[in-house]
Design a protein around this ligand. Structure first.
Ligand SMILES: Nc1nc2c(ncn2[C@@H]2O[C@H](COP(=O)(O)OP(=O)(O)OP(=O)(O)O)[C@@H](O)[C@H]2O)c(=O)[nH]1
Length: 361
């Protein structure tokens, strides 16, 4: 792949990847080690609730900055109205325009798409004349949850998928997870096989061998743990993806964005009272995740007597908890959990089950 810096335009890196694959982790790495670049970040959330801000916004004013060294006021912009590809005109383009017209424009723009977003409509937005003259898509990075892929989470009936693929990569899959996953793979300039620590060597080799034929020619697969990768490798790919859209097939080529299938997924948030025993909550959450088939849970907890808030992260059945930062002065110590699942779950029951976890601790 040609590497060049088009100095007349600001490079933008689009980070895609299914829910919980490690996109936010990658962004933390990039912001901590920006390789000398001033990076502006656009975050896109699924649903109304800014979940990633929970992780990234660790200290500063709401949604405008974070406390990672080098991150300036206004460098983090959050688009919280659902799928970025549906809000391009209303939210994304004005945000881009604002960033590039600043007196001190960033050296690089990083866009984290929601784990359920199809990347191609977003890249198409870079063809918008005002944006195209000032910004180029330097590269599309797909972050992959390797253990989830190894466990077959995204697989439809393999024979049917294979037949579809041979016939037309733009055809719908039966499984909406597979559909999002395939679109993200086919749009990528670089694929990170993240969570390498959770699979053994032969499994990683198998996933690599399975995915390689599904990528566009020349796209590399990179095994990573905690999205650890040199910033220089990610930023500066020089892909100019907006000029190359036809080579990136999508399930929704030729389909009006308004029609696309984000209604396959839904989110729900509940407030959780102070929790003295987060381990008990975790055990309960494990059961709720299994009972409702939740794809992703993220949130914060208030543990009485602790100055720090506790973050809860669940990707499928795997749950992580850690204290990330002190509650701020004047900040309500309010716990909350956000869950994402395939549409069709019993909202009332899930809501009750999650709320009941508040009694667990
Ligand atoms: N074991 C392991 N855990 C990881 C790795 N990378 C990320 N995680 C964990 O996986 C969870 C999800 O990571 P995120 O970076 O929030 O994932 P994301 O893609 O931004 O998730 P969404 O915002 O839901 O789309 C967190 O608990 C991370 O700590 C890794 O390489 N190994």
């Amino acid at each position: 792949m040609a590497r060049f810096e088009d100095l007349s335009r600001i490079p933008a890196t689009v980070i895609t990847g299914f829910l919980g694959a490690g996109k936010t982790t990658l962004i933390q790495r990039l912001l901590e080690n920006p390789a000398g670049r001033r990076i502006a970040l656009i975050i896109n959330e699924f649903g109304d609730i800014g979940m990633d801000r929970l992780v990234l916004d660790r200290g500063a004013a709401e949604g405008v900055s974070c406390d990672i060294p080098g991150c300036r006021d206004g460098d983090v912009v959050e688009l919280a109205n659902g799928c970025i590809c549906c809000t391009v005109a209303d939210e994304f383009l004005p945000t881009m325009q604002h960033l590039i017209e600043r007196d001190d424009p960033p050296d690089h723009i990083v866009i984290e798409t929601s784990g359920l977003a199809l990347p191609k409509p977003l890249i198409k937005a870079f063809q918008w004349p005002d944006v195209r003259s000032r910004v180029t898509v330097d590269g599309v990075i797909a972050v992959i949850d390797t253990p989830a892929v190894a466990a077959g989470l995204f697989a439809d009936d393999p024979a049917a998928v294979e037949a579809l693929r041979r016939a037309d990569p733009g055809l719908d899959h039966e499984n909406p997870l597979e559909e999002v996953f395939t679109d993200q793979l086919q749009c990528a300039d670089l694929v990170m096989l993240n969570k390498a620590d959770l699979v053994d060597g032969p499994t990683m080799a198998r996933v690599k061998a399975d995915l390689a034929p599904r990528l566009r020619p020349g796209v590399s697969l990179l095994a990573t743990t905690q999205a650890e990768v040199p910033g220089d490798l990610l930023l500066g790919l020089g892909a100019a993806a907006e000029d190359d859209l036809d080579a990136r097939p999508s399930h929704h080529d030729g389909i009006d964005n308004a029609d696309h299938h984000h209604d396959d997924f839904d989110s729900l948030a509940v407030e959780i009272p102070s929790i003295a025993d987060p381990a008990a909550l975790q055990a309960g959450l494990q059961k709720v995740i299994a009972a409702h088939g939740l794809l992703r849970v993220k949130g914060v907890l208030d543990v009485p007597g602790k100055p720090m808030r506790q973050v809860v992260q669940a990707v499928g059945p795997r749950i992580e908890r850690y204290f990330d930062r002190p509650w701020r002065d004047g900040e309500a110590r309010q716990g909350r959990l956000v869950a994402i699942a395939l549409t069709g779950f019993d909202r009332a029951r899930l809501s009750a089950d999650l709320a009941a976890l508040g009694g667990a601790g």
